[in-house]
Design a protein around this ligand. Structure first.
Ligand code: NAP
Ligand code: GDD
Length: 344
């Protein structure tokens, strides 16, 4: 049985990847942060078998990318064949407010993980294959379509930190012959997407507007264009990268880009409303330096990994709105029954 260690297992991608790895027969170990409340909502459905029996093939460990000692301990205990490094302060706008912390988790955090893996391999003589969650944000202001050959021009502390992590990966490949694959993933979304990212912020608002729980939606730049795909498709590419004979860097994207305004068109169309009646734009949600246009060229992934995306942009957004309409109807029913939904 193969053993995988997933950092960031409680995030959107962590939950889809864990489902995929469990289905393939892996024992999955996940690194989770200690929080003052439960933070495992996205993987709760995987933690138990039957009524109360803990899942045999899924084990969680407390840890943090800022704590190298703890990570070393987990690694020596788990002895993974594969590590998927998904943990990050992943919000671009927030990275302008907390640049040092962002760099510590994403850049230095990955370096800590690489060092822990290098030492573990030296003593155990076992090989560990490592996936690093790189991003299209690293391309920043480089013109589309962006591929593995496009030079990076990062535009935020988040993106600069991801570029650092990317090059640590390349360096450990060249210096120590380690198997490190850098994914360069374009935006991927789902009903599990965090509610502060623009797709989910919009689809949540559409659901709540439809049932009368919200009247306004405040956004930033409506002209920015992104290449939006489905997260469930993208985690498959991460796994495929670690099954290759040699490690490499791979762009994962749908090849289609749409603006935030296009996203609003599709999402509000599901409830038959015109978004212009509800949307206001405010400076608070703009970024000091914006990435205007991302559209990926995933030819290499198609040819070498045999990877394809399954959901189009419109299908994805409609799926998210359908999900969030159900959520909003539940909220509405609770409110009508006298529960204060703002306080749980
Ligand atoms: P996400 O939902 O924000 O999940 C991030 C995960 O990292 C969460 O499990 C979070 O834990 C954990 N984390 C944050 N800080 C940590 C720390 N200091 N130590 C340990 N864990 C920490 O992000 P995602 O969308 O799943 O993305 C996964 C990875 O892919 C990230 O590295 C992201 O930067 C990268 N990426 C994402 C996209 C995308 O479009 N989704 C595209 C390209 C690259 P909590 O649950 O406790 O907060
Ligand atoms: N979040 C947010 N909130 N974005 C807004 C808003 C708003 O109210 N209004 C407009 N936008 C614009 C942003 O300025 C950006 O151009 C675009 O919508 C997408 O923003 P996000 O959904 O926050 O995603 P992102 O592209 O900045 O970053 C995501 O994708 C990256 C891959 O390219 C994150 O998941 C990153 O972690 C990931 O690396």
């Amino acid at each position: 049985m193969k053993v995988a260690l997933v950092t960031g297992i409680t995030g959107q991608d962590g939950s889809y990847l864990t489902e995929l790895l469990l289905a393939k027969g892996y024992h999955v170990h996940g690194l989770i942060r200690r929080a003052s409340n439960f933070n495992t909502q996205r993987i709760d459905h995987l933690l138990f078998e039957g009524a109360h029996e803990p899942a045999r093939n899924l084990t969680l460990h407390y840890g943090d990318l800022t704590d190298g000692t703890g990570m070393r301990r987990v690694l020596d205990l788990v002895k993974p064949d594969e590590i998927y490094n998904l943990a990050a302060q992943s919000h671009v706008r927030v990275s302008f407010d907390h640049p040092e912390y962002t760099a510590d988790v994403i850049g230095t955090g990955f370096l800590r993980l690489l060092e822990a893996a290098r030492d573990h391999m030296a003593t155990s003589k076992a090989e560990i294959r490592i996936y690093q969650a790189g991003t299209s944000e690293m391309f920043g202001s480089a013109a589309p379509p962006q591929s593995e050959r496009t030079p990076f021009h990062p535009r935020s502390p988040y993106a600069v930190s991801k570029v650092a992590a990317h090059w640590y990966g390349v360096n450990y490949r060249e210096a120590y012959g380690m198997f490190v694959a850098n994914g360069i993933l374009f935006n991927h979304e789902s009903p599990r997407r965090g509610e502060t990212f623009v797709t989910r912020k919009v689809t949540r608002a559409v659901g709540r507007i439809a049932v009368g729980l919200q009247e306004r939606l405040a956004l930033g730049n409506l002209d920015a264009k992104r290449d939006w795909g489905f997260a469930g498709d993208f985690v498959e590419a991460m796994w495929r990268m670690l099954q290759q004979d040699r490690p490499g860097d791979f762009v994962i994207a749908t090849g289609e880009s749409n603006s935030v305004a296009d996203l609003l068109d599709v999402a509000f169309d599901v409830i038959g409303e015109n978004w212009r009646r509800y949307v206001v734009t405010i400076p608070r949600y703009e970024r000091p330096a914006e990435v205007e246009h991302l559209r990926g060229d995933a030819t290499k992934a198609r040819e070498e990994l045999g990877w394809r995306h399954s959901l189009s942009f419109e299908e994805l957004i409609r799926k998210m709105v359908d999900h969030d309409l159900k959520l909003a109807r539940r909220e509405r029913a609770l409110q009508d029954a006298g529960f204060d939904i703002s306080r749980g």
